[in-house]
Design a protein around this ligand. Structure first.
Ligand code: GUN
Ligand code: FE
Length: 456
């Protein structure tokens, strides 16, 4: 594996450490420590720049990059269903509750076969790394062996990941062929999986983390939710689940508990610092205040929402209420493995929310004013925003952060980006990359200073 550890990278870097702002440093020097931590980021105006460059050149540790390539933080995908990669692009024409029973549960049940899991998970992790996803938050399945295959695949391929054994034990909502035998079995296997991931050879750092994963409230009995909440409280291990995703799902939880998902999750001790709430489209102002107070965050999955949510997530309102938000692809609810696509869908969805979508209505009555975000905010959410939800030191170029990064080649062959030299500022170029770049533009992806996809 090629490595940038102990090297100094000369590249034009673009990042968005603060929402709404981007910082672009032309010909920056990024000094990467031996352990993959960023030691320094220097621009040509910094006093130490010339000396750092001379030292790296003299020591043979300077790595240069080609013209029209741009270094950005690796993408943090907050919500992926690993087993559903096998149906990416299929089955998008039925509502969530039908899709789960007729397509998704039967597919996920196949991961009883660890050989099938090995094949799909290798292809998935390769695809995500090639798309620049350096941190991936995965729902796996209920299966012990296949779940360990996923964790091991991430570790071997060098992807930072959170992997969750899916807990789903409610006989009323889960089919006989795909369900934890009972609450205790779901709790015991969650504990065993946590221990095994933490003890996995080569994971001392750690690169791969376990995450407590009640699929969503409908899938779980009260006893299961209670037990998982207890584990979260005792261990401090993070939690992920689906929250207020569709009319049906939001209504189900209101019928069962007489309250919204966030308050019900909170009662079970599952709404905590670093809890990742996928979707959360129907959250109220009170839900937002509670999420923010608990230090939990939302995985906004704008493309998946087109197919399964019946509405657009009120992103701007959530951000203004200090809710931490990152982006997710929600493979395969969202039929794309690209976080750049997630950025574009986040921008587009926010515009549709602001404008409204029904042309028979008067312009003034059509949409929800002040809902839009722009490419800078989307870029922030896909990098630093997601990292903040997970509380991981990635997503920015600054001393002390881990060097998880992507080099985007704006001039890659057979790729859609076009730079007009005489027109485009560096800010324009970043906008073009966020709005048009694809996997073909990604020259390499690095995690912890090691090149895990492509080549220097
Ligand atoms: N809610 C419960 N399970 C799922 C899933 O697999 N995908 C989505 N989008 N929502 C869910
Ligand atoms: Fe999901």
């Amino acid at each position: 594996m090629q490595s940038l550890c102990g090297k100094t990278l000369l590249a034009t870097l673009m990042h968005a450490p603060v929402r709404g702002d981007v910082e672009i440093i032309e010909d920056a020097l990024t000094v990467v420590g031996g352990d993959g931590t960023i030691a320094a980021v220097l621009g040509p105006d910094d006093d130490a720049y010339a000396e750092a460059r001379r030292t790296a050149e003299a020591g043979g540790t300077l790595v240069t990059t080609a013209r029209h390539t741009y270094l950005v933080p690796g993408f943090v995908d907050l919500h992926i269903h690993a087993p559903q990669f096998a149906q990416l692009g299929k089955a998008l024409d039925v509502p969530l509750e039908v899709w789960l029973q007729t397509h998704t549960f039967p597919l996920e049940a196949r991961y009883q076969d660890a050989a099938f899991a090995t094949r799909v998970y290798a292809a998935l992790v390769d695809a995500l790394l090639a798309n620049g996803t350096t941190t991936a938050v995965y729902f796996a399945t209920i299966h012990g062996e296949a779940n360990r295959v996923l964790a091991k695949t991430c570790l071997e391929k060098g992807q930072r990941a959170l992997v969750g054994k899916v807990a789903m034990d409610n006989p009323a909502e889960c089919p006989d062929f795909y369900r934890d035998p009972d609450a205790q079995a779901a709790i015991d296997e969650t504990l065993a999986f946590i221990e095994d991931v933490q003890a996995m050879p080569g994971n001392a750092e750690p690169l791969v983390h376990p995450v407590i994963t009640p699929r969503f409230i409908p899938s779980c009995t009260d006893r299961c939710l209670e037990g998982l909440g207890e584990i979260a409280g005792k261990t401090g291990i993070s939690v992920q689940t689906h929250c207020s995703e569709s009319d049906w799902q939001h209504g189900y939880v209101r019928d069962r508990f007489g309250k919204n998902d966030t308050f019900a999750l909170d009662d079970f001790g599952l709404l905590r610092h670093r809890t990742v709430l996928a979707h959360s489209n129907y959250i109220s102002d009170e839900d937002m205040a509670l999420i923010s107070e608990r230090g939990a965050g939302v995985a906004h999955c704008p493309l998946s929402n087109v197919y399964f949510s019946d509405a657009v997530f009120p992103l701007r309102r959530a951000l203004e209420k200090s809710v931490r938000v990152g982006l997710g692809t929600d493979i395969s609810g969202g039929p794309s493995a690209s976080m750049l696509e997630s950025c574009r869908w986040a921008v587009s969805a926010s515009r549709q929310l602001e404008n409204g979508v029904d042309p028979t209505k008067e312009a003034g009555a059509r949409g929800t004013p002040d809902s839009r975000i722009d490419f800078r905010e989307a870029f922030h959410l896909a990098t630093a925003g997601g990292a903040d939800v997970l509380d991981l030191p990635v997503g920015r170029f600054a001393p002390g952060y881990l060097f998880d990064a992507v080099l985007i080649d704006a001039e890659a062959q057979a790729a859609p980006v076009f730079i007009a030299e005489d027109l485009d500022t560096l800010d324009d170029i970043l906008q073009k990359l966020v709005m048009t770049a694809t996997r073909a533009n990604i020259a390499w992806t690095a995690v912890n200073g090691r090149v895990v996809s492509g080549a220097l």
